[in-house]
Design a protein around this ligand. Structure first.
Ligand code: AHR
Length: 498
């Protein structure tokens, strides 16, 4: 007998699921860039790690944010362009001093390497400018170097560095965590800085070849801070004059939990922490609605994911890649689908080797982490219309709140096919879930599952990475489009239903 029920209201559209909701983030931190995306940080470096680039290409990343993170908050972009042997070596202020892994920054990987990577893997670049220690001129010059097609010194420098055509970088983040490593600013101070940077960067809009810049403000998971920032930003101006297209927040969870020593109670708390993102998205969207309702400012979660006690700064924030983390990613992607009406992008932290990465390298090996499998399974949602689901699920009390043990989201493709994803967040027990897809016949159902029979703390490595691939999921289908499936503990399922 089913003990959970998911109804997919195929006529109750939410909005298009922007492909950018499946975006990524790479920072000069630990082995994300060097020994991750790029071979190493020496002048003689061979270049890209082709094994990693091939995995990223297959992932079909819609957008990639770079160079940080806190690294962006004192990054001088001109250090990283031109002949490798002329690039200055700098301390890596936030992720270098006293750290064992990649303690300094050689600038071997810079703007042209990053934008070259984006071209190779088909990702849109998202650059975060240095507001913390930088100035608006430096940031505006970066936009000109990347995007200008005229006869200026900066455009010519790009050409001399091997890229004749402008890159056409659309997404520009005005800082990173400006309430913290980006300058420890109060909301009104950041609003002033934002306006100043946006005045100059925004003026480049329209002067760029075939370009339409989208400027991104840095919000916070402290919603009072966001309210004050947005009130200051919108005070006494026409909203059409406000140069902001998106507002961000970051959400990390599991920070007090060891992924290797945790137990089932810890897993519940960890998953509740992941689901807290739902409330954060609603609250930041509410602030935008209250202060800038006519401006159409989208919500971006441009850093998120599992961050465990194993992720020590001294070892470059590396932590084991597990089924539990991947399960949390699936639950979060379901949340993003449900908020397709307000969300414009997300960027999981980080792409390679750091935190909840999707790709890990180990010597000459590069392999997919379980979270990569979730992104593959959820890929058919990209570009679909998200639709509403109603979920009846057993729950478990966690810190005076009820953790829903079964989650789901759904979308409808242009050709009418319905795509449903679901999680069993219960690491202790299986649940039998009945899916009712309104208006479906159930004539054609394809179902797949991830992580069946695997322990939540099972760690991926080069030898077992293949074992995390999706398998067929047994389902029973009634004539009226009702599909029933047993979801084993800590599993992720997906089905297409006609
Ligand atoms: O992703 C690691 C760090 O987390 C980033 O540098 C920073 O923005 C955040 O605090």
């Amino acid at each position: 007998m089913p003990n959970a029920h998911v109804t997919v209201h195929t006529e109750a559209g939410i909005d298009r699921i922007e492909p950018e909701l499946h975006g990524h983030f790479a920072e000069h931190l630990g082995r994300c860039i060097y020994d991750g995306i790029y071979t190493d940080d020496s002048v003689e470096a061979e270049g890209f790690r082709e094994d990693v680039v091939a995995l990223l290409d297959d992932l079909e990343m819609p957008v990639l944010r770079w160079p940080g993170g806190c690294f962006a908050d004192d990054y001088q972009w001109e250090d990283g362009v031109g002949p490798a042997e002329d690039r200055p070596r700098r301390r890596n202020l936030f992720w270098g001093q006293g750290r064992e892994m990649i303690p300094e920054e050689s600038n071997r990987f810079g703007t042209d390497e990053f934008l070259g990577l984006c071209e190779r893997v088909g990702a849109e670049p998202y650059l975060a400018v240095n507001v913390g220690s930088g100035d608006p001129q430096e940031a505006t010059d970066w936009v000109e170097y990347c995007n200008y097609d005229g006869d200026t010194e900066l455009a010519d420098r790009r050409r001399a560095n091997g890229h004749e055509d402008p890159y056409g970088v659309r997404y520009w983040g005005i800082g990173n965590e400006n309430w913290g490593c980006g300058g420890n600013m109060g909301p009104e101070q950041y609003a002033g800085e934002y306006r100043q940077f946006a005045t100059y960067i925004g003026s480049m809009d329209g002067q760029m070849l075939d370009d339409d810049l989208e400027l991104i403000g840095c919000g916070f998971s402290n919603h009072e801070w966001n309210r004050r920032f947005m009130e200051d930003m919108t005070d006494g101006i026409w909203l059409s004059d406000m140069q902001m297209d998106h507002l961000t927040l970051h959400h990390y969870y599991g920070r007090t939990m060891s992924i290797l020593d945790g137990d089932a109670d810890d897993y519940d708390e960890f998953l509740a922490g992941a689901l807290a993102l739902d409330d954060h998205v609603e609250r930041i969207a509410g602030t935008i609605e209250a202060t800038a309702s006519t401006r159409n400012v989208g919500v971006i979660v441009d850093e998120w994911g599992a961050w465990h006690t194993e992720a020590d700064p001294a070892t470059g924030l590396e932590q084991p890649g597990t089924v539990l983390d991947a399960l949390s990613a699936a639950a979060v992607l379901d949340i993003f689908n449900d908020h397709a009406d307000v969300m414009t992008m997300s960027n999981i932290a980080q792409t390679v080797n750091v935190l909840q990465c999707l790709v890990e390298t180990d010597g000459d090996d590069a392999f997919k982490r379980p979270t990569y499998r979730v992104y593959d399974l959820y890929a058919p949602h990209k570009g679909n219309e998200a639709v509403t689901t109603s979920i009846e699920t057993p729950t478990r009390e966690v810190d005076d709140e009820e953790l829903p043990l079964v989650g789901a989201s759904a979308s409808v493709a242009d050709d009418g096919e319905v795509y449903v994803t679901a999680t069993n967040l219960d690491t202790r027990a299986a649940h039998t879930v009945e899916f009712t897809v309104e208006d479906a016949t159930g004539d054609d159902v394809d179902a797949a599952v991830l992580f069946e029979g695997q322990e939540p703390d099972l760690v991926v490595d080069a030898d077992n990475a293949g074992e995390f691939a999706a398998a067929d999921l047994d389902v029973s289908v009634d004539g009226d489009g009702t599909v029933t499936a047993e979801l084993e503990p800590a599993t992720v399922a997906a089905m297409s239903v006609d």
